[in-house]
Design a protein around this ligand. Structure first.
Ligand SMILES: [Mn+2]
Length: 360
C-alpha cells in the first residue's frame, strides 16, 4: 500500500460511506481525487468501494496516475468514462452510489443515471469535504511551506514595486517570483488594485499605471504541492494624508482583534461579529462589504466560513483567513489578510509579512 496518509483517508472515507448508507462513492472533483489518492491530474473519475479505490482516466493521464498513486487501481478508458465505472459497479454488486451533489453538474448526473442502471444514485454532501475541513499533519506541513514560499515571493517583488509600473507588471513580477520560490503557480488570479481600483475588493490586476501616492491592495496566493496560500497586504507609495493613515491603523487594529478571537471552540460567526463591531466603533463598518474569512486548503475557498451567513465551531487543525477590508468607492481600498492554523489556544500564522502601510 502507499503513503500512510492516503491509506488513512481512504479508510475514513469507507467509514463515512457506511454512515451515509452507500456502498460505492464516486467523484470527478480534482481536489477530492488528489486528497484521497495523490493524483494531480485535472481530469479523472474516482470510484471508491469497500474493497478498494479505482481511478478511471484517459490516455493523457495513465502514466501519471500509475506513477503518482501506485496504491490505486488505475484504469484507462476509451470512449466514455461511464463504461468503466459501470463495469466496476456491476462486478462489485454495489447498490447505492454516493456522488458529490455540489460538484456534479445536472448533465453529468443525468448521464450517470442512464449509464449506471445497476445502482441508485445518492446525492451526498460533505462526505470528503467534512474530512478535509480539519487538516492532518502532512497537510499542515504543506500549508506552512506554501506560506513560506508566498512570503519569499512577496518580499522579492515588493522591493521592486515602483510608480510607473502597471498593476499587471506587479502581478506578473509577483507570479514570476512565486514560481522561482518553488510554487507550481498562483492559487488565483493575483489582485492588484491601486488608487480607486483598490475599492473593488476583487478587482484583478489591470493595465492601470501605479502612481506615486496610490494605496495598493495586493491579494495573492501560491499553489504548492496542491495546497493554496492566501494573503493580502496593502501598501502605499509615498507620503499619505493623515486620514489614510488613520483608516489603515483602525483596519489593522480590527484585523488583529479578529486574529486574537480565533481559537478552537469559538463560533466562526462570532469572529466576524467582533471585527464588524470594532470597525463600527470606528465608523467604518459600512465600508466592510464582505465576510471576514474562509477556510483554505486544497482549494482557495473552502469550509469553514467566518461570516454572518454561516456558523460553525472552530476546531484545531482548521486553516482560516482573517481579512477585513475598508473600501471607499472612487477613492481607495484597503485589506489585510492572514491565513492561520486554528489551535487549541489560539492560532499559528502561516505568513510573517510585515503590515506597514507606507513602503520605505
Ligand atoms: Mn482570502
Amino acid at each position: 500500500m502507499g503513503n500512510s496518509y492516503y491509506e488513512r483517508r481512504i479508510e475514513l472515507l469507507q467509514e463515512r460511506m457506511t454512515r451515509a448508507n452507500v456502498d460505492a462513492f464516486f467523484t470527478l472533483a480534482a481536489p477530492t481525487m488528489r486528497y484521497l489518492t495523490g493524483f494531480t491530474g485535472e481530469e479523472g473519475y474516482l470510484l471508491a468501494l469497500q474493497g478498494g479505490v479505482h481511478l478511471v482516466v484517459d490516455g493523457r493521464f495513465t502514466t501519471q496516475a500509475r506513477e503518482e498513486c501506485p496504491w490505486v487501481d488505475v484504469i484507462e478508458y476509451t470512449g466514455h468514462f461511464s463504461g468503466s465505472i459501470a463495469s466496476l459497479l456491476v462486478a462489485s454488486h454495489a447498490h447505492w452510489l454516493g456522488f458529490e451533489k455540489e460538484r456534479v453538474s445536472f448533465v453529468q448526473a443525468e448521464q450517470m443515471r442512464a449509464a449506471f442502471p445497476s445502482v441508485t444514485m445518492v446525492p451526498t454532501e460533505s462526505v470528503v469535504e467534512g474530512m478535509r475541513v480539519v487538516k492532518d499533519s502532512h497537510e499542515l506541513d504543506m500549508m506552512r511551506a506554501a506560506g513560506r514560499v508566498a512570503d519569499r515571493a512577496f518580499n522579492a517583488m515588493i522591493g521592486r514595486l515602483k510608480a510607473g509600473m502597471t498593476e499587471n507588471d506587479v502581478a506578473a513580477l509577483l507570479e514570476y517570483e512565486m514560481r522561482k520560490a518553488g510554487a507550481q503557480g498562483s492559487s488565483f488570479s493575483t489582485i492588484v488594485g491601486s488608487g480607486a481600483r483598490g475599492a473593488m475588493p476583487h478587482g484583478v490586476a489591470s493595465g492601470k499605471v501605479i502612481e506615486r501616492g496610490d494605496v495598493i491592495v495586493i491579494d495573492f496566493g501560491v499553489s504548492y504541492e496542491g495546497y493554496m496560500s492566501d494573503c493580502t497586504r496593502t501598501v502605499a507609495l509615498g507620503e499619505q494624508p493623515s486620514e489614510v493613515l488613520d483608516v489603515y491603523a483602525k483596519l489593522r487594529g480590527a484585523q488583529q482583534l479578529g486574529l486574537d478571537c480565533i481559537k478552537a471552540g469559538v463560533s466562526s460567526r462570532s469572529v466576524d461579529t467582533a471585527v464588524r463591531g470594532n470597525l463600527g466603533e470606528s465608523g467604518l463598518a459600512q465600508y466592510f462589504t464582505h465576510g471576514l474569512g474562509h477556510g483554505v486548503g486544497l482549494e482557495i475557498h473552502e469550509a469553514p466560513r467566518l461570516s454572518q451567513g454561516t456558523d460553525t465551531v472552530l476546531e484545531p487543525g482548521q486553516v482560516v483567513t482573517c481579512e477585513p477590508g475598508v473600501y471607499l468607492p472612487g477613492r481607495y481600498g484597503m485589506r489585510i489578510e492572514d491565513s492561520v492554523i486554528v489551535t487549541a489556544t489560539g492560532f499559528e500564522p502561516l505568513t510573517e509579512l510585515p503590515k506597514e502601510l507606507v513602503l520605505p
